[in-house]
Write a protein that binds this ligand. Structure first.
Ligand SMILES: Nc1ncnc2c1ncn2[C@@H]1O[C@H](COP(=O)(O)OP(=O)(O)OP(=O)(O)O)[C@@H](O)[C@H]1O
Ligand SMILES: [Mg+2]
Length: 282
């Protein structure tokens, strides 16, 4: 059965999508695992990065299903009968790559229309978990890329997940979303005593590897303090800034195989990834 991890931070632009895609790639490419990446953000950045913007648009043009169809599968469709249609879960999964050894990277893409679910969320928070239950035996790891807001989509992610990974930037107000995340996870856990969900760690992303500026140092100390308060683990391996992540996203590539990425950048990501895989028992 797959281990499922949601990547969450209510703060935007901290590297959730970058890490979701790169962790998914690393597990497939280096650990030879079967991986499913679920894009749970209407911005669909993970979809465009892993599939490439061009293939993503063709996928939508060809009527490919997305995570929005999972949430809206029982919504009357506006057809003549107005009857809901049964969704074949496999039709919402796009195969990005499958290697000879059986390892693979699949993705459930997203689309802007997922924001409809946010407008009309009643009764939809368990639909993603029901989808995952149907397909999870095909995978070793499921990664969910979440949007930077606490909504029905976050609850839907909690319903599927064993762990939460929190990327952070060492900057002013880095820990601003922590109380909200803590409350949100605890409230979910209280409402669903049969589930176990925990923050597997906070990882510092995208910091300047040169002189660690005073502001960065203060932000790190603040994050470390709050992490201790909430009993959250802070990963020992950070992910420094590298323009190669941008290139990796643009080309839909693992950082380990991105042209021009320095060996130390690949090694730093690999070190974080192996610490992360250890934490989630992969
Ligand atoms: N380690 C890094 N080095 C360099 N650039 C990075 C790094 N991590 C992320 N970025 C860049 O920072 C920007 C924001 O990253 P990303 O989209 O992953 O954040 P996000 O948390 O998913 O944002 P959102 O909250 O909007 O979903 C992107 O342009 C990405 O390429
Ligand atoms: Mg994102």
């Amino acid at each position: 059965m797959a281990v499922c991890v949601s990547i969450i931070n209510m703060k935007g632009g901290v590297g959730k999508t970058t890490l979701a895609s790169q962790i998914a790639w690393q597990a497939t490419w280096k650990l030879n695992k079967k991986v499913l990446l679920i894009d749970l953000d209407p911005q669909a950045n993970a979809s465009q990065s892993v599939m490439s913007p061009h293939k993503y648009v063709s996928y939508l043009d060809d009527g490919g299903l997305t995570v929005a169809d999972i949430f809206e599968q029982f919504t009357p469709t506006g057809t003549a009968t107005g009857s809901p249609q049964k969704l074949d879960p496999l039709k919402a999964i796009h195969r990005r790559v499958r290697y000879k050894d059986g390892s693979l990277l699949d993705i459930v893409p997203s689309r802007l229309e997922l924001s409809w679910t946010l407008r009309n969320p009643t009764g939809k928070e368990t639909l993603l978990a029901r989808f995952v239950a149907k397909i999870e035996e095909r995978y070793d790891l499921i990664i969910i890329d979440c949007s930077p807001t606490d909504s029905i989509l976050t609850d839907a992610a909690y319903h599927c997940s064993r762990y939460i990974l929190v990327p952070i930037r060492a900057e002013f107000l880095a820990s601003i979303g922590f109380p909200l995340l803590d409350r949100s996870v605890k409230a979910f856990q209280m409402r669903h005593e049969d589930k176990t969900i925990e923050v597997c760690g906070l990882v510092f992303n995208d910091f300047n590897r040169g002189n660690v500026k005073r502001e960065h140092r203060l932000a790190r100390e603040d994050v470390q303090d709050k992490a201790t308060k909430y009993k959250w683990y802070v990963f020992l391996n950070d992910i420094p800034h590298s323009d190669s992540y941008f290139r990796a996203a643009r080309e839909g590539m693992p950082i380990a195989n991105t042209k021009g990425a320095q060996t130390k950048v690949k090694d730093e990501f690999a070190a974080f990834a192996s610490e992360f895989f250890g934490r989630i028992g992969l």
